[in-house]
Design a protein around this ligand. Structure first.
Ligand code: SF4
Length: 233
């Protein structure tokens, strides 16, 4: 069944690409990844520059559903990523995905609070990876956006919800130092975050949004406070 919504969302090609198979991106699941084009931030270290600035995408949401129908029984889950997937109204798509029997993971920067809340309150998302880009005092510098408050609302909402989720930070030691990560850890602790905090190593691809190079600084993990469980990726 095709989605027949009259909005442009379902007519426009808003999906940049589909990764057909991944066992790394959705914990304990075999999943595909739906890469939504465009983003509401411009993080210096972003390596999805082509997706963020995409003028043309290859797939609309009906294409996505047709692909997923061929994967019933072969995959467990669907990762909605980007770009920023919550720039779009995802509820109807998520309902259709769930009808096919897939679990849904959302990768998000958390800055579209109302969309995130609607999806979660409607029980349409099974797992969320929430990016904590930077502490509040560096958020604008690193993301080129003034959306920390919206991100903060999403974080607080998820902590007080039943949703299974993780918080993660991409670490470029020239952008974030030990004090910055400690600030994030203490903030998470103070808010009552009880899940694992993932620190992801920056990968240099040469295609970043900002004028980013291989890190010059080193990062001493022994200087981090141990207020919460940390896993390095
Ligand atoms: S890293 Fe930043 S700019 Fe890139 S897709 Fe994620 S939120 Fe958008």
């Amino acid at each position: 069944m095709n989605i027949s919504n009259e909005s442009n969302l379902y007519k426009d090609k808003i999906v940049y690409d589909i990764t057909k198979f991944s066992h790394l991106d959705y914990p304990d699941h075999l999943a595909c990844i739906i890469w939504f084009s465009g983003c509401n931030m411009l993080c210096d270290f972003c390596y999805n520059k082509e997706i963020v600035f995409a003028k043309n995408a290859d797939y609309d949401l009906n294409d996505v559903l047709e692909f997923l129908k061929q994967r019933v029984g072969l995959l467990d889950g669907v990762v909605l990523s980007g770009g920023e997937a919550t720039n779009y109204d995802l509820a109807e798509l998520c309902r259709e995905i769930k009808k096919l029997g897939f679990k849904i993971k959302l990768d998000t920067n958390g800055t579209n609070f109302q969309e995130l809340q609607l999806l979660c309150d409607s029980n349409l998302i099974d797992y969320i990876a929430l990016d904590y880009k930077a502490p509040s005092y560096k958020y604008k510098q690193i993301t080129k956006s003034s959306k920390y408050d919206a991100f903060s609302m999403s974080l607080q909402y998820l902590i007080s919800s039943h949703i299974d989720f993780e918080v993660r930070t991409t670490l470029h030691p020239d952008l974030l130092q030990e004090d910055d990560i400690n600030h994030i850890i203490k903030d998470l602790k103070n808010r009552g975050y009880s899940h694992t905090y993932y620190i992801q190593e920056f990968l240099y691809t040469g295609t970043h949004i900002g004028d980013i190079h291989m890190p010059v600084n080193t990062f001493d993990t022994s200087l981090l406070v141990d207020d919460i469980k940390i896993v390095y990726r």
